[in-house]
Design a protein around this ligand. Structure first.
Ligand SMILES: [Zn+2]
Length: 307
């Protein structure tokens, strides 16, 4: 066997780890739940146990490295997480160094959405391009920008927080301090919130609202038009900045594509000269919730190629 790496995807509810070879073939995968309530040490111990289990099965000598995708802003130099709302115990904790120490191996830490974007570039919908943007629609909206085949990090690692692009001036307030952030108008959570606000129903999931829209409910259809417009505004801005060939969407609301895409494409068409004049694709990502695992696993291979 050739070399392999281990990718870890730490989410708010699931902890997954996979061994992937350098051709992108997933060799083994471990899935468990994230024990956030058990505390930081327990979560880190679970991650280390998963990595060690894979390493024991596949052999230490052919392990190229370990990549870990986590929610929140990553200060790349320091290997710490800041602003991860559902994991306050990780705030400013040297999580990378801790895992390295327990494991005795080098670890690369990355934001989960950045890892997902890199995974789509390596093995998913972005295989044929070097430049792409991924938006992950979920509880919030994550973003990843791949430029020249690599994650765009910015000065400390906080680039690509596309969920906080302003799409509605004076729109809905966001936990980041801004109002009118994309994730407050186009995430799965935003779809549920809009359903509540306009009296469609309490506690409806994005999937419920989708079913209503498909059934012809005008309020539900309006919610997806509004969501599509917000996405379209964000995408038009991104296109005008980057002139990339590919923009990918992933996440729970994707099955409602036919409900939100017409409004999204109309906005993009109206707002982006670049879109109207350059070959530009907006597509569904293809790796689903495994994108982050592939991307995390790719980090050690990539780090070695170009330092
Ligand atoms: Zn925000």
């Amino acid at each position: 066997m050739g070399e392999y790496s281990i990718g870890v995807d730490l989410g708010g509810t699931n902890l997954r780890a996979a061994a992937v070879d350098d051709h992108g073939v997933m060799l083994e995968k471990i899935s468990g739940s994230t024990q956030l309530r058990a505390g930081r040490d327990a979560v880190i111990a679970d991650m280390v146990d998963s990595i060690e289990a894979l390493r024991a099965r596949l052999g230490e000598h052919s392990l190229a490295g370990v990549g870990v995708g986590v929610p929140g802003f990553i200060l790349m130099d320091k290997g710490v997480i800041v602003g991860s709302n559902n994991m306050p115990e990780f705030e400013h904790y040297p999580v990378r160094d801790d895992i390295e120490r327990r494991l005795g191996a080098k670890v690369i830490l990355e934001n989960d959405a950045n890892a997902a974007a890199l995974g789509e570039k390596w093995m998913g919908a972005g295989r044929d391009v070097d430049d792409l943007v991924l938006l992950t629609l979920g509880t919030g909206i994550g973003g990843g920008i791949i430029i020249g085949g690599r994650v765009l990090h910015g000065t400390v690692g906080m680039a690509g927080e596309l969920g906080h692009l302003t799409v509605v001036p004076n729109g809905n307030p966001c936990g980041c301090g801004n109002t009118g952030c994309l994730e407050k108008h186009a995430s799965a959570t935003a779809i549920s919130a809009m359903a509540r606000l306009i009296g469609l129903g309490h506690d409806l999931t994005a999937e419920d609202v989708h079913k209503l829209a498909v059934g012809g409910d005008e309020k539900a259809k309006m919610i997806f038009r509004s969501m599509g417009e917000a996405l379209g505004v964000a995408l038009a801005n991104l296109m005008n900045i980057f002139n990339f060939p590919l923009y990918l969407l992933s996440g729970g609301p994707l099955p409602a594509w036919d409900c939100f895409a017409p409004a999204m494409l109309a906005e993009v068409q109206r707002r982006s000269f670049t879109y109207r004049n350059a070959p530009t694709r907006i597509e569904k990502a293809t790796l689903g919730n495994e994108a982050g695992l592939y991307g995390a696993a790719y980090l050690p291979f990539q780090g070695r190629v170009s330092g």
